[in-house]
Design a binder for this molecule. Structure first.
Ligand SMILES: Cc1cc2nc3c(=O)[nH]c(=O)nc-3n(C[C@H](O)[C@H](O)[C@H](O)COP(=O)(O)OP(=O)(O)OC[C@H]3O[C@@H](n4cnc5c(N)ncnc54)[C@H](O)[C@@H]3O)c2cc1C
Length: 550
């Protein structure tokens, strides 16, 4: 039966315990995330429990043939920068009833996907442990969003992305049943395949797909230390272990709805020190990065002159964000930066190199080694003397995107080429070429990012009321992504594909691999119930027509 809007509403209300909303205000709120896109959903649902999810998935599956546009998009905090949490059909807000920590120990924690990372961290820190892939948005996002986007952050250089920390999950597949997914050895995999049921067939078909295309899949893996683009078929089977969590992580809710996650945690190191390097130009950036990396810092982050100017311009807001009480003392702490701006001595890029250890002597040894290795560059450097001083640099780095989002008048942040990555050794060639493209189109932008990984967040500021700007987005994207391909990089290291980058996956991976992505989606979700148009099936036309106009 083909539903009208009110019939759909009534039918869902009959099977669903949680709230079902379709008032204008709610639909408006959920038509946006942190991306540059706008998509109005038909319904916003707050599932009470797994039974709600199971019934809803079965309902959509049963009615999909008569209502092809019906689909389900799980949404957590909605901070996705690629439009992954937007949909024209049903949005499931997981933050209301699907939050909570099931258990925490020194080395693992189990949580529901709608748990905010900030609450999760409080509990893990009580055990002196941490999930080290936390993001710059750690005060805003959830652990489920981190898994679904395969998020990463300032400690990823030393610890890797979220994909490294997912031990086991529970999720609802497209048949409307909940399953546990964990790493399997070959015998366990064979037993799973022998089940011959819905779950067994997923394992069988995925195993066959990976075996039959072994060579192409291996070659498709981006040659960088971080990647969120595509389905990570290359990570599922390592010759000993078959782990579909490696595929679900980063799949943006297109293969299943995650209902519980068991994370591996790492111990917190008790001491850390920050080494700051001021670069007048980018000429020796990659040589510098290559000298820094062997000293094994825990973080190697960066922000540019535009970011710093912005931070100084909005100093009171920045200090508020630091949640520290000595307002005037902190204002005073920024005087060197204000001075740099006034005297025109502002550096082009600032590198933050952080070392952590339980033994302070080890940190000092590494700091000394770093000083020795970079002495010949003759750069201005500074060893941060206090936690407050370090916090100043970190706040500028972490808050750069948020500051832009909240404070720029007459223009807005336009994240669309916001997450490119190439191997650090290519930076001296890559960065000037990338800047030339941005300058050719007269874009105003900030750059901040994970220099140690060669991953930069480029955030243009654009007036989206001007239709010329929306037209620029695919033009600039095409050029930047062609450049990324030349260096075998990835178009997204951590912010994922969503609506904004799915149309470019073929440019990055080629036709053969994109066909394998389609087959992967088909294995898990043949009716296209989960989050359509992300990872597969997205078009440039759809993307362009949903760019915000304000
Ligand atoms: C100021 C700012 C700074 C940021 N900094 C970083 C950063 O440093 N590093 C980084 O990686 N990202 C960063 N991001 C992007 C974003 O915060 C991360 O991707 C984050 O992990 C998303 O979490 P969320 O809870 O908001 O998820 P959402 O935005 O709600 O969802 C993200 C994706 O996950 C899917 N999803 C959500 N819940 C589920 C579920 N239960 N089951 C299946 N799929 C689900 C959604 O459909 C969507 O595709 C930043 C964003 C902002 C606004």
């Amino acid at each position: 039966m083909k539903f009208t809007h009110s019939e759909l509403l009534d039918n869902i209300k009959e099977i669903f315990k949680g709230e079902v909303n379709s008032d204008v205000k709610t639909l408006d709120t959920y038509s946006r995330d942190a991306s540059i896109l706008e998509v109005k959903p038909e319904l916003v649902l707050f599932p009470k429990d797994t039974e709600d999810l199971k019934k809803l998935v079965k309902f959509v599956g049963e009615n999909k043939a008569d209502n092809p546009s019906l689909s389900i998009t799980a949404r957590s905090a909605g901070t996705c920068m690629s439009g992954g949490s937007l949909s024209e059909s049903i949005i499931l807000d997981m933050t209301k009833y699907f939050g909570g920590i099931v258990s925490v120990s020194e080395d693992e924690a189990t949580a529901l996907p709608g748990t905010f990372y900030r609450d999760f961290e409080v509990k893990t820190l009580e055990k002196n442990a941490i999930l080290p892939s936390y993001t710059a948005s750690k005060m805003l996002n959830t652990v489920g969003g981190m898994v679904a986007n395969n998020s990463a952050g300032e400690k990823t250089l030393a610890y890797g992305k979220t994909e490294e920390y997912v031990k086991e999950m529970k999720m609802v597949f497209a048949d409307g049943n909940e399953y546990t997914t964990k790493p399997l050895n070959k015998e366990e995999l064979e037993r799973k395949i022998a089940q011959g049921d819905y779950e067994g067939n997923i394992y069988k078909n995925l195993w066959n797909l990976i075996q039959e295309n072994e060579h192409a899949i291996k070659y498709a893996k981006p040659d960088v230390s971080k990647n969120s683009a595509g389905y990570y078929l290359w990570n599922v089977w390592d010759g000993h272990t078959f782990d579909i969590n490696k595929l679900i992580t980063g799949s943006q809710g297109t293969l299943a709805i995650i209902t519980e996650i068991k994370f591996r945690l790492v111990p917190v190191k008790s001491k850390s020190k920050l080494f700051v390097i001021f670069l007048r130009n980018l000429d020796h950036l990659s040589e510098l990065v290559n000298e820094i990396l062997p000293t094994k810092p825990e973080s190697l982050e960066s922000y540019d002159d535009s970011t710093m100017k912005l931070a100084i311009k909005f100093l009171p807001a920045m200090i508020k964000r630091m949640k520290m009480h000595h307002f005037f003392k902190l204002m005073f702490g920024f005087l060197p930066e204000v001075g740099m701006i006034l005297t025109g001595g502002i550096p082009k890029l600032i590198l933050l190199v952080e070392f952590s250890d339980n033994d302070e002597k080890e940190i000092d040894k590494k700091m000394y080694e770093l000083q020795r290795r970079i002495a010949h560059f003759g750069l201005k450097t500074r060893i941060s003397r206090s936690e407050e001083e370090s916090s100043k640099y970190w706040t500028i780095r972490r808050e750069s995107f948020n500051l832009l989002r909240q404070h720029v008048k007459g223009a807005r942040t336009a994240p669309f080429i916001d997450d490119v990555i190439v191997k650090p050794q290519y930076l001296p060639e890559f960065l000037p070429k990338m800047r030339a493209i941005l300058d050719e189109h007269k874009l105003v932008y900030t750059i901040a990012g994970h220099a140690g990984n060669g991953n930069f967040h480029i955030i243009p500021l654009m007036n989206m009321k001007d239709p010329k700007n929306a037209k620029l987005i695919p033009i600039v994207s095409d050029k930047i992504y062609s450049l990324v391909k030349e260096y075998r990089g990835s178009i997204d290291a951590e912010h994922n594909d969503g609506i904004i980058r799915t149309p470019y996956l073929e440019q990055m991976f080629g036709h053969e691999i994109v066909e394998l992505f389609k087959k992967t989606k088909d294995i898990f979700d043949p009716q296209n119930i989960f989050n359509p148009g992300k990872k597969v099936g997205g078009t440039k036309e759809y993307m362009i027509s949903h760019i915000v106009k304000s």
